[in-house]
Design a protein around this ligand. Structure first.
Ligand code: 5GP
Ligand code: MN
Ligand code: MN
Length: 324
């Protein structure tokens, strides 16, 4: 890749010492695992990396951060002048808006991402839409730069790939995804622990509470569109945290005949977060773009200050039109 050479020039420039590594807000496995891969990559060029995140790390991903590896908050690095700022797995700056000033202050800005709606907001944009995950891109960059991948980095990159591909079930999975994973697993990280931590680690009480969320499930468009909702009242009643409902939207997609799923949930104040998923050919990123969001063909989203009921009716209308 031509961009790899541009990145190489930045990394080989020994006058550039500090690197800001930014995951997106409400971080997932891809953004966190890819940041770990980037952290270990830049270390090989004698740079000092800081993964800066103000949100909490989901409890099923905290095992990735061990030893010297940690996330720090914006306030902890307020006196650091960053030479290189790398945003990871974020299609637009809104997805790290709390840290955008920090990103913009850097001498050189880089974006490593795979979203087709990426807005190319950095000076150097390494955007590979065909890649299953940003983790896959970080792997390729590391290989092209002739750098090594240690077990901790491999664990992060594998976590990135396995979560963004839904354990290799989604159509973003390509032959290369498997060859990369073969090499990652061969580094010898604890494969069983990774799977138990990420997938077999749910609280019994929280799992039972999800019944109440499934009760809101409605089908539209002859069963092709499913909508599931999580209001502020239900969040408060069930004492759910922002990550307790992870996986719900994918679970609803498992219903036979459902082509598009919409999950609308309360975020904070009047803000709602919308997640959409599709199964075959329906492009949810087009719908998300119309609502000022973005994403991938089969996984996209946006934020809105509208009421849950309004979001639901506007989306069902847009989806119903697009399905016909
Ligand atoms: P999720 O539903 O898991 O939050 O998001 C699904 C996909 O859509 C992710 O890859 C995410 O980056 C993207 N996405 C969600 N919300 C937004 C948004 O407001 N803007 C953009 N550009 N992408 C979004
Ligand atoms: Mn992500
Ligand atoms: Mn991703």
């Amino acid at each position: 890749m031509e961009q790899t050479q541009a990145l190489k020039a930045l990394l080989e420039d020994q006058s550039l010492e500090t690197v800001l590594i930014l995951p997106h807000n409400m971080p997932d496995g891809d953004t966190l695992g890819s940041c770990i891969g980037v952290y270990h990559l830049i270390k090989q060029y004698n740079k000092m990396g800081y993964i800066v995140l103000n949100d909490d790390i989901p409890s099923n991903l905290s095992f990735l951060f061990e030893g010297e590896l940690k996330c720090v908050k914006s306030d902890d690095v307020s006196d650091v002048a960053f030479d290189i700022c790398i945003a990871v797995d974020a299609g637009e700056t809104k997805l790290f808006e709390d840290r955008e000033p920090l990103f913009r202050k850097g001498k050189h800005t880089v974006c490593i991402d795979h979203h087709k709606t990426n807005t190319h907001y950095a000076a150097l944009n390494i955007v590979v839409v065909e890649a299953s995950s940003t983790g896959e891109i970080v792997y390729m960059l590391t290989e092209e730069l002739g750098c090594t991948i240690n077990a901790q980095s491999a664990e992060g990159l594998y976590a990135a790939i396995v979560t963004d591909t839904g354990s290799f079930r989604y159509s973003n999975t390509r032959p290369l995804t498997f060859s990369i994973c073969e090499k990652l697993v061969a580094t010898g990280f604890d494969f069983n622990r990774l799977n138990v931590e990420i997938y077999q680690n749910k609280s019994y009480e929280k799992l039972l509470l999800l019944n109440r969320v499934f009760e809101t499930l409605k089908l539209y468009c002859d069963g092709k569109c499913a909508v599931v909702k999580l209001s502020k009242q239900l969040i408060d009643l069930l004492a759910l945290s922002e990550y307790d409902t992870d996986g719900i939207v994918e679970f609803v997609r498992d219903i036979s005949g459902v082509e598009v799923v919409v999950f609308i949930r309360h975020l904070y104040d009047h803000a709602h977060k919308v997640s959409m998923r599709s199964k075959y050919n329906f492009d949810v990123s087009e719908i998300a773009l119309a609502f000022k969001g973005g994403g991938h063909t089969k996984a996209a989203g946006f934020k809105s200050d509208d009421t849950i009921e309004n979001i639901e009716s506007k989306l069902v209308e847009a989806i119903s039109k697009a399905l016909n």
